[in-house]
Design a protein around this ligand. Structure first.
Ligand code: 5GP
Ligand code: ZN
Length: 136
């Protein structure tokens, strides 16, 4: 076993319920689904977070996410799809091998949306947008 559970899955050292793979990506069911069919899409190579992923891999990952999402709509009759990614511990990342969550959603499935906050005023919001833009 290596230190990374998802690397072990890629290498076949531990089993997974695989749904799809490409040269550089693997999609398999999450062992503890938010709703049944909840799928994880991962790069086969180990990158800890979104910020370590080479951007060239982005196209392949997005194509797989779209294919799996479409298949979930047909297979488990998902009425909606959430795409999620947790990066770093405060955001809920438990497995430090970058992965996307594709979550089938239904009307009244009991999951609520994130609570939302407010800016103090529009100036604060515009100032933050400018600060952020300056850092891109
Ligand atoms: P994170 O919180 O890091 O974004 O999500 C990690 C996800 O990996 C969790 O939803 C968890 O249920 C899933 N997971 C953890 N260990 C395994 C495993 O051994 N097999 C599978 N299929 N999923 C796993
Ligand atoms: Zn890994």
């Amino acid at each position: 076993m290596s230190e990374c559970i998802f690397c072990d899955i890629v290498q076949g050292k531990i089993p997974c319920a695989k749904v799809y793979e490409t040269k550089n990506t693997l999609a398999f069911l999450d062992i503890a689904p938010i709703n049944k069919g909840h799928t994880l899409v991962i790069p086969k190579k180990h990158y800890p977070t979104l910020f370590d992923l080479p951007s060239e891999l982005g196209k392949e990952l997005l194509e797989v996410i779209q294919k799996v999402g479409e298949a979930l709509r047909n297979t488990v009759q998902a009425e909606g799809i959430n795409l999620g990614m947790n990066n770093f511990k405060p955001a809920g990342q438990l497995v430090f091998h970058a992965h996307f969550h594709i979550i089938p959603r239904y009307e009244n499935d009991g999951l609520s949306l994130w609570p939302q906050k407010k800016y103090n005023n529009n100036d604060e919001m515009l100032a933050l947008a400018q600060k952020l833009a300056n850092n891109i």
